[in-house]
Design a protein around this ligand. Sequence first.
Ligand code: ZN
Length: 388
Amino acid sequence: MGTCRSQWKMFLPMLLILFSTVGSSTRHHHSSSSATRCRLAEEAVSRREIQMREGAPFKVVMFADLHFGENAWTDWGPLQDVNSIKVMNTVIYHETPDFVVYLGDVITGNNIMVGNASLYWDQATSAARERGIPWASVFGNHDDAQFEWPLEWFSLPGIPQIQCPPTTTSYSGEECNFKGIGRLELMKNEMEKNASFSSHGPRNLWPSVSNYVLQVSSPGDLHSPVAFLYFLDSGGGSYPEVVSSQQAEWFLQKAEEINSDSRVPEIIFWHIPSTAYKVVAPKSSIQKPCVGSINKESVASQEAEMGIMDLLANRTSVKAVFVGHNHGLDWCCPYKKLWLCYARHTGYGGYGDWPRGSRVLEINQKPFSLRSWIRMEDGIVHSEIVFS
Ligand SMILES: [Zn+2]
């Protein structure tokens, strides 16, 4: 196995079983010439820390709802993906980000006929990967699709124990684990790409997979956090559109473990807006204190609220939540002490013809501040906001 893949080692035995069908396609592509860079990237990824550059703010761009792989059997399908790559290239050219977040619906899995949907995932994430820009992703409702999960399994007490059928052959126990195989395959493939900071999250949260936290560190001291970036899987596709009670519990435990005094600001990313977005949504035109440029549809929220929003709203360190999913919305509105923001539809895939763009988030260390704006595919910037 390549040196850039050690962060994956502890899960390897399990994955060899789960993913024996996809492993062979990704095994031979590492170049030894980039060994040092590879090792540094690997160390950063395994520490789950990204260091700010000296004297510069930390800039994140969000690519939301790319929907790669739509209608591959037509001319316009693949052309959409080419156009989406152009949008991403333009945004990266103008913004030179330190980090890229792929905010879900990276691909339209339910539209992909080839066996390995990661082929499209890799295309969609190439803009960051090929430039060596660190990046991470969360899943949206279109990235996988399979088993129909009952919604009530996502509230307490959670998913019942899996019962394997009785058998005389010996099993490792993984063969009858149905917890989100599609998402895991996509995530496994992504984690092998050495600039990706994504993780499959704790196993007890599956089938919700993209649950992890990253630390943005001070330029002077890698162990001094400036902000924590939380990524949560908001479901959809193969299971209900929801952030479960268990995920909320995981967030709280993690936050209390690494930021017990709430001194370090926390920023949240997931794909599908929570029901709280409906509460703050502008009625018609976008007016202060909301900031944004399009309000063309109603909020398509998660199916249920299982407790995450109460936790976030009651933690003074949580500053903002960023979501995609609604292609015709790009506003930010205050909700209690935090901000609820949409990204901006980046992809030519997916419904809607509103001009494409990307939400940018800028983190300044001293004094701490958060700024955001939207960069459009024609280079124009609008909807600038300072989160107070
Ligand atoms: Zn979506």
